[in-house]
Design a protein around this ligand. Structure first.
Ligand code: NAD
Length: 395
């Protein structure tokens, strides 16, 4: 008989609410929740105590109760076969600090989504010494929102398939197959975790569109119904800029592939190819990157993130589209491009403005020496300053 897997999901937000019932229903695995943030463990326990957590998706409902909910890593991590972070990237570091000392040897530790640079944790002491398999999904398979905390969540959209990378790279097919059996969504193994880092399209789309929509419009206020559409509100000029950002990243992948023949980076594809793959059948006009955004049915109606100011709406320049996708996306990619000696002029332009908006300082005169660089996953924070140091983690 196959051993029942013990999965621990870390976090307490939208994704965790989906994962508990989906994994229980799809696989029957033992599912624990580690929610150390604020009073979330108590709130999930109390919300789910009656009927469990219900997820509304694919025109049906699935309800299940987590097998354990705790705020203490030592209560749940030591027995875990798979530890899954369903958290914004800025919470990964603190969460690794909490769980790593309690991981059993050979456990799998991954993030959904991993954003960029998750593989660099492979070198943290506990992870390295315990032969932990790290993995990361390129995106969250669902767009989802909690309806009632601890009780009910809705899935607004589901991806057809998601790419997953692992470190060591050769573990990706096994990880993809195992996770696929847990969540019931097709997972494609990536050639390396570095390809997930560079191929993180959130780093292009989110800061790039924020820049395109709000550069020199920072103070503009809108009536709620007039807030610009995020994806479908882009201009041709912004689409062109996103294309340049994408090309700069593809150039890095091409350079690295030439430098190290065993490095698998074929998953780092252009933004337009990624949209075409991810939203097949949902785009009315696939001819240009611009038309892929503005005629993509999956993007319909989604507005830009704003804050309320005196009854009107203004761009939210501290939105997660920036606080997650700049320090755990563009800054990492620029760091890798820098090690290759490759220029990233469009990414630099977006970085300069979005950093100013967040009152963050990452780069000074093109050098990663700003006061906030330590809060990012720039490779230098993991002692990686040369390409040779990058390859052992990536192959
Ligand atoms: P969420 O905002 O619902 O979850 C946030 C959770 O993270 C909190 O509940 C808390 O448990 C934890 N957290 C936040 N700040 C923390 C901190 N400083 N320290 C420790 N823990 C902290 O997030 P989500 O919507 O579940 O998204 C999870 C990830 O998936 C994010 O990377 C997000 O960008 C990505 N994503 C989400 C969606 C979606 O539709 N929800 C879609 C695509 C990608």
């Amino acid at each position: 008989m196959k051993k029942q897997l013990r999965i621990v999901i870390c976090g307490g937000g939208n994704a965790v609410h989906v994962l508990v019932p989906v994994i229980k229903e799809t696989s029957g695995a033992w599912v624990g929740v580690l929610a150390p943030y604020s009073d979330e463990a108590a709130r999930i326990s109390s919300g789910a105590s009656e009927n469990g957590i219900t997820v509304e998706y694919n025109e049906r409902e699935v309800t299940a109760r987590p097998d354990m909910v705790t705020s203490l890593a030592e209560e749940v991590i030591p027995e875990a076969d798979i530890v899954l972070f369903a958290l914004p990237a800025f919470a990964h570091g603190p969460m690794i600090g909490l769980v790593a000392p309690f991981l059993k040897k050979g456990a799998w530790l991954g993030a959904m989504p991993s954003r960029s640079g998750f593989e660099f944790y492979a070198q943290s002491t506990h992870v390295r010494d315990k032969e932990i398999v790290l993995f990361g999904l390129q995106t969250l398979p669902w767009a989802c929102r909690i309806i009632e905390y601890g009780k009910r969540v809705t899935v607004l959209g589901e991806k057809n398939s998601v790419t997953v990378g692992a470190c060591p790279a050769g573990k990706a097919p096994e990880v993809a197959l195992t996770l696929q059996e847990l969540i019931g969504i097709r997972l494609k193994p990536a050639g390396s975790m570095l390809s997930i880092s560079l191929g993180n399209v959130g780093q292009i789309i989110h800061p790039g569109i924020m820049y395109g929509l709000f550069k020199e419009e920072e103070e503009t206020t809108y009536h709620e119904e007039n807030v610009p559409l995020f994806y479908q509100g882009i201009s041709k000029e912004t689409a062109g800029m996103l294309g340049h950002m994408s090309q700069e990243i593809v150039n890095v992948a091409k350079y690295l592939s030439k430098k190290c023949s065993s490095l698998q980076l074929q998953d780092v594809i252009s933004l337009q190819d990624w949209i075409l793959q991810s939203y097949e059948g949902k785009i009315a006009d696939t001819s240009t990157l611009f038309s892929c955004f503005v005629t993509n049915q999956a993007y319909a109606g989604l507005q830009a993130p704003t804050i309320k100011v005196g009854g009107k709406c203004r761009a939210n320049l501290r939105s997660r589209y920036l606080t997650e996708d700049v320090p755990f996306g563009l800054v990492v990619t620029k760091g890798i491009a820098g090690m290759c000696g490759l220029p990233t002029p469009t990414i630099d332009q977006v970085l300069a403005t979005t950093s100013r908006w967040m009152d963050a300082e990452y780069y000074i005169d093109g050098k990663a020496v700003g006061r906030d660089i330590g809060k990012t996953r720039h490779p230098v924070n993991f002692g990686i300053t040369k390409l040779e140091q990058l390859f052992p983690r990536a192959t």
